[in-house]
Design a protein. Structure first.
Length: 173
C-alpha cells in the first residue's frame, strides 16, 4: 500500500469533520469538539502566512483516509511543535498507515520549520497510536492522568529524524 501526503483543502476539512463524529474514533483520541464552521476557521488560519499550525491529508493508494498536522509551532523560543494524526478509515487501523504517515509528515515538518523536536499525546490504551508514534521515531517521556484517563506524552527529536526503521527493528515492532 502506498502512503502519501497531499495538501489539505476546505473540502477535505468537511470530509474529515464528518468522519470524526464517529463515536468509536472519538473514544480513541482526545479531540477538541468543534463545529464544522470552527474547523473550517482553523483550517483557513493554518494556510495564512506565519500560521502556527500546518496539516496534510493522508492518502492510502490515492484514497483520502486521514489527516496529519502539527500545531503550536514555536520556531523562536521552544523550537518545537506538537504533532497529531488520525486515520478515520477504520479498516486501515493496524495496517501501518499511521506509522508511515507519521514518519513522512514528521520528516516534512522538521525540515520545513526551524524546530528541534515534535511532541505528541495519546491515550495509554491506544496501543496502535503508541506503536505508530514509536515507529515514527517518538520516545515516551511521561505518563499522566488527564480527565481520569492515563495519557502518554512522547517526543521526537530532529537529530533522530531518520531512525524510524532502525527504531522499529530494534524494538521489534
Amino acid at each position: 500500500m502506498k502512503i502519501t501526503l497531499t495538501p489539505r483543502t476546505a473540502e477535505h476539512v468537511k470530509i474529515y469533520w464528518k468522519k470524526i463524529q464517529d463515536e468509536e474514533i472519538r473514544k480513541h483520541i482526545p479531540l477538541e469538539s468543534l463545529s464544522l464552521e470552527e474547523a473550517l476557521g482553523q483550517f483557513e488560519a493554518s494556510v495564512q502566512p506565519g500560521a502556527n499550525s500546518f496539516g496534510m491529508c493522508i492518502e492510502a493508494d490515492g484514497d483520502y483516509v486521514g489527516d496529519a498536522w502539527c500545531y503550536g509551532i514555536d520556531e523562536e523560543n521552544e523550537k518545537m511543535a506538537m504533532f497529531s494524526f488520525l486515520i478515520f478509515e477504520k479498516s486501515l487501523w493496524g495496517k501501518g498507515v499511521g506509522s508511515e504517515a507519521a514518519r513522512l509528515f514528521c520528516t516534512e515538518a522538521l525540515s520545513r520549520y526551524k524546530i528541534r523536536k515534535l511532541g505528541a499525546f495519546t491515550y495509554a490504551e491506544n496501543i496502535g497510536s503508541l506503536k505508530a508514534l514509536q515507529k515514527a521515531g517518538f520516545f515516551e517521556k511521561e505518563r499522566f492522568l488527564e480527565e481520569g484517563r492515563l495519557s502518554v506524552y512522547l517526543e521526537r527529536l530532529k537529530s533522530v529524524a531518520h531512525v524510524g526503521q532502525e527504531f522499529q527493528d530494534e524494538k521489534g515492532y
